[in-house]
Ligand binder design. Structure first.
Ligand code: SF4
Ligand code: SF4
Length: 155
């Protein structure tokens, strides 16, 4: 049984993880675990880095092809795609965000893990509006690059 089937929350054990080199250039991590008929992520990618065997299969990222552009993040209705770029002591996490208030570039926010626990402070580096989903890039400690998946903003 996978870790998320026991706990209801994904862990890195459930994921196909990129290499250090892939993380340094920045790549998409897809945390989509339900086999449902859905595929906008595939069409959103400008370099065809996301593939699916069929409409019900889980999407797979080709880390060699992925250029870390983040376009897929705002197209996923399941809010299941993140782009991670990690180097030295800092990591950039690009994540989908649908809460209010929306942070501004330069804000300090709380960085949360998959369980919703506050793990560190983060600095907002980019805020993009993609349809109803904001695509936010937050800078955090590199050692938390594969853990931070949300933010909490205080007004
Ligand atoms: S980050 Fe860009 S290149 Fe990578 S999978 Fe997403 S859309 Fe494709
Ligand atoms: S768009 Fe999102 S929810 Fe749909 S298959 Fe792709 S990753 Fe999964």
């Amino acid at each position: 049984m996978s870790s998320h089937e026991k706990t209801g929350v994904l862990s890195t054990k459930d994921l196909k993880l990129p290499s250090k080199e892939h993380l340094e250039k920045g790549v998409a991590i897809i945390e989509c675990i339900q086999e449902i008929p859905c595929d906008p992520c595939v069409a959103s990618c400008p370099v065809n880095a996301i593939s699916m065997k069929n409409i019900n299969a889980l999407p797979v990222v080709d880390f060699e092809k992925c250029i870390g552009c983040g376009k897929c993040v705002g197209f996923c209705p399941g809010l299941a795609i993140f782009v991670i770029k990690s180097r030295d002591d800092k990591a950039l996490i690009t994540l989908p965000y649908e809460f209010l208030p929306v942070p501004e570039v330069g804000d300090t926010v709380k960085a949360l893990d998959r369980w919703g626990n506050i793990r560190c402070d983060g600095t907002i580096k980019q805020v993009l509006k993609k349809g109803k989903t904001m695509v936010i890039t937050v800078e955090v400690r590199t050692d938390l690059a594969m853990e931070i998946r949300n933010i909490r903003v205080y007004a």
